[in-house]
Design a protein around this ligand. Structure first.
Ligand code: C2E
Ligand code: MG
Ligand code: MG
Ligand code: MG
Length: 292
């Protein structure tokens, strides 16, 4: 297409680039307003155990309902916020909101054993990050054992030593660390044995075609086997169908998250969801009989 434009193609690209820059600038100021006007929301997606029955936790995911533009997906504004540094207050707000609400659930006797929040790679380079997580836990009074931080392999880009040190500081608080989107980022497997991690999340891109694509199936199986040899449990993300679940169960995946089990939902919807799924003593009995 550029060829057809001939001499004009340069101008064409420049205008395109200008538009992109303008869009970014607008987004930046819109994000600022969103923070001030509290336009962000947190939704929660269930994570279930190896049988697909018991809820073992939830992942907190940000949502933005822009007053004029409507819903803007995280993939459209998180990268901008990471670029501008606005991601620091955003992620801490998500963490504090999620911790406060999960604490409320547990106080109501609705067991939600874990809440996972996404952390951006540059937060591990930021002085005082572990301390700010500790203050969130203090303010919300949530026991650290309920909190899980999801970090991608890219957290080790840049000053890896500093990132690792921060992870150890965070672990000392009593929380858990999961590697998110495993297999898609900066991958030197060498770091796996050096990091204080508690869980590996297989990226959705390997799950999507796991039934039809032998390579994806092999990769997923390889990740599970390696993780288990390292003593780490594995959660598969983006499980949408029964055959995907059945296959992953067969290859000993430990936990699941995906539309098949539940979409991200508001806090109120999560409360109802937990009510419906809360196992009664009868159900627990039936479950354990089935297991044997
Ligand atoms: P992620 O952390 O890997 O989160 C999982 C994403 O997969 C979520 O998209 C979720 O809605 C989606 N998902 C879950 N199950 C399924 C499924 O069965 N099928 C399909 N097609 N999708 C599924 P979402 O909420 O749009 O978030 C996208 C990404 O944006 C997240 O990927 C995460 O990297 C980032 N993100 C979301 N919330 C936050 C946040 O509070 N802070 C930061 N730093 N990043 C966030
Ligand atoms: Mg995540
Ligand atoms: Mg993920
Ligand atoms: Mg992912």
């Amino acid at each position: 297409k550029a060829k057809q434009h001939g001499r004009n193609s340069y101008q064409w690209y420049t205008e395109d680039l200008n538009e992109q820059v303008n869009e970014r600038l607008t987004l930046r100021s819109d994000i600022q307003k969103a923070l001030e006007r509290e336009e962000f929301e947190v939704v929660y997606q269930p994570q279930v155990d190896k049988h697909g029955r018991t809820i073992v936790g939830v992942e907190a995911l940000i949502r933005w309902n822009h007053p004029e533009k409507g819903p803007i997906p995280p993939s459209a504004f998180i990268p901008v916020a990471e670029h501008t540094g606005q991601i620091f207050p955003i992620n801490l707000w998500v963490m504090e909101t999620a911790c406060r609400y999960i604490k409320r659930l547990n106080d109501q006797g609705l067991a939600c054993p874990s809440v996972a929040v996404n952390i951006s790679p540059m937060q591990f380079q930021r002085p005082g990050f572990a301390e700010s997580v500790r203050s969130v836990l203090e303010r919300t009074q949530l026991d650290a054992s309920f909190l899980e931080l999801e970090v991608t392999e890219n957290a080790l880009l840049g000053d890896a030593e500093h990132a690792i040190l921060t992870m150890y500081k965070l672990k000392k608080l009593g929380l858990r660390i999961a590697i998110d989107d495993f297999g898609t980022g900066y991958s030197s497997l060498n770091y796996l044995k050096r990091l204080p991690i508690d869980k590996i999340k297989i990226d959705r891109s390997f799950i999507r075609e796991i039934i039809s694509d032998q390579h994806d199936a092999a990769i997923a199986q390889g990740i599970i086997s390696m993780a288990h040899h390292l003593g780490l449990p594995v959660l598969a993300e983006g499980v949408e169908t029964e055959p995907q679940f059945a296959f992953l169960k067969k290859v000993h995946c430990d936990a699941f998250q995906g539309y098949y089990f539940g979409k991200p939902m508001s806090f109120d919807a999560l409360t109802d969801f937990l009510h419906e799924n809360q196992s009664t003593p009868e159900k627990r009995n039936a479950d354990s009989i089935e297991e044997d």
